[in-house]
Design a protein around this ligand. Structure first.
Ligand code: SF4
Length: 120
């Protein structure tokens, strides 16, 4: 879920699940609905408009879902810290189980995150 990113992290996530880095071979698969997901990948600083949708998305997921915060913005708001549209970090809105640092993180680091939680 993009809650306010510059889309740089999304490009790297797309690469991580593409044919070169192929995160699916480790058992992680993208799904279209939060109701089908066990893990939420979240990117960006939480903007004012996206704080409540982020809460609702997590509420739509299974009770024991995990949250992986991808990119420096999710952890400390990065380049957007102090911006008028920024509400808070991801961890201030929902519990974060794993953070992936970097601006943006490399695809290898993004692939490692699902591997950490799938155990493969
Ligand atoms: S961490 Fe960097 S690439 Fe990712 S959303 Fe923030 S500014 Fe963009």
């Amino acid at each position: 879920m993009d809650v306010g990113s510059c889309n740089g992290c999304e490009i790297e996530i797309a690469a991580a699940f593409g044919p070169v880095y192929d995160a699916e071979r480790y058992g992680a698969r993208m799904v279209a609905s939060p109701r089908h997901a066990d893990v939420a990948l979240v990117t960006g600083p939480v903007t004012r408009n996206m704080a409540e949708p982020l809460r609702r998305t997590l509420a739509a997921m299974a009770e024991r879902c995990l949250v992986v915060a991808v990119g420096g913005c999710t952890l400390n708001n990065g380049e957007f810290a102090g911006g008028y549209g920024v509400e808070s970090t991801v961890g201030d809105v929902v519990p974060v189980d794993l953070g992936v640092r970097g601006c943006p993180p490399r695809p290898e680091e993004i692939v490692d995150a699902p591997r950490t939680v799938t155990g493969h």
